[in-house]
Write a protein of this length. Structure first.
Ligand SMILES: Cc1cc2nc3c(=O)[nH]c(=O)nc-3n(C[C@H](O)[C@H](O)[C@H](O)COP(=O)(O)OP(=O)(O)OC[C@H]3O[C@@H](n4cnc5c(N)ncnc54)[C@H](O)[C@@H]3O)c2cc1C
Ligand code: FES
Length: 268
């Protein structure tokens, strides 16, 4: 288990990336050099005791001496985070949790909304070694995130929007089903042959989406892993505040996850 670092580190930028979205880069070489896609940092949103609880964010980009998070402003903590400025110091705890492990040669990344955050880090790590198909789901064209970043990596990209304003009209899980059905009935061109044996799905997004991916992956006998999100307090496995029900009893998202095999999760 790599050492967890806690300290105050300099914000390199904190810029708008969409209507309610921001990207923040933090210069923290010790954390960046240990970080794995799927792991996360626990941030104090401002330098005071209030709000008391840190907020968890996935590594979105991992560089040699810094890392980037992509976040959506949804409540008090992220509102305060959005006010932080370049040059400010921010209190960071990380890297935390277990990241994605990729052993198979072909991967499908399925992102729902903000779920794209950890999947770009994974794609950047694997793009030169694996065949990657990225399925990006969003409500509308305006909320499609990171399409340009994935294109730059040369991966195959398909977009689904709820209202059809960009790409396929419907859910990202429908796109996934279509892709897998197509490959089951036709010799695949995008991922080569023997896909079910060689392909793994990695996902992040709303619970309903992950539950559906668990069902689809079972049907197509393909392993699927996802980074889960639960409200967190300590972030290091001490408070049991983030427990999820699994086939092996309750597990802590912060310490045993956040990446889980989707067949392990007991959906309620
Ligand atoms: C592993 C992981 C990775 C994540 N990665 C990302 C990411 O990359 N990008 C992103 O946008 N989001 C990510 N999230 C979600 C993100 O952490 C939340 O959106 C964020 O915490 C919202 O904070 P908020 O204060 O703005 O919202 P709020 O809804 O105000 O607060 C969020 C949570 O903080 C706690 N809380 C707040 N106030 C109190 C209180 N008074 N008493 C007790 N508890 C309180 C609660 O648990 C509450 O649900 C991730 C979550 C997890 C678990
Ligand atoms: S947040 Fe405390 S155990 Fe996970």
């Amino acid at each position: 288990m790599p050492k967890i670092i806690q300290g105050k580190f300099k914000i390199l930028y904190n810029k708008k990336a969409g209507p309610d979205y921001f990207k923040m880069a933090i210069c923290a070489p010790g954390i960046a050099q240990k970080a794995l896609p799927g792991q996360f940092v626990h941030l104090r949103c401002q330098n005071s005791v209030e709000p008391l609880l840190r907020r968890p964010f996935s590594f979105h980009r991992i560089n040699r001496n810094n890392f980037e998070i992509l976040y959506k402003v949804v409540g008090r903590g992220t509102n305060l985070l959005a006010k932080r400025r370049k040059g400010d110091k921010i209190d960071v705890l990380g890297p935390l949790g277990n990241g994605f492990t990729a052993t198979r040669s072909k991967i499908i990344l399925a992102a729902g909304g903000m779920g794209v955050a950890p999947l770009l880090a994974l794609a950047e790590k694997l793009a030169d070694r694996k065949k990657i198909v990225v399925l990006l789901g969003a409500k509308t064209k305006g909320s499609v995130l990171c399409a340009g970043d994935f294109k730059k990596l040369g991966v195959k990209l398909q977009i689904a929007t709820d209202d059809g304003s960009q790409g396929y009209k419907g859910l990202v899980t429908d796109l996934l089903k279509k892709l897998l059905l197509l490959r089951a009935t036709h010799p695949p061109t995008s991922l080569g042959t023997g896909n079910a044996q060689r392909t793994t799905i990695y996902a992040c997004g709303p619970k309903a989406m992950l539950k559906e991916i668990a069902r689809i992956s079972r049907r197509f006998r393909m392993p699927a892993y996802a980074s889960l999100e639960e409200d967190m307090a300590c972030g290091v496995g001490a408070c049991l505040g983030c427990a999820v029900k699994t086939t092996a009893g309750y597990k802590r998202v912060c310490k045993d996850g956040p990446v889980f095999n989707l067949q392990e999760i007991k959906w309620s």
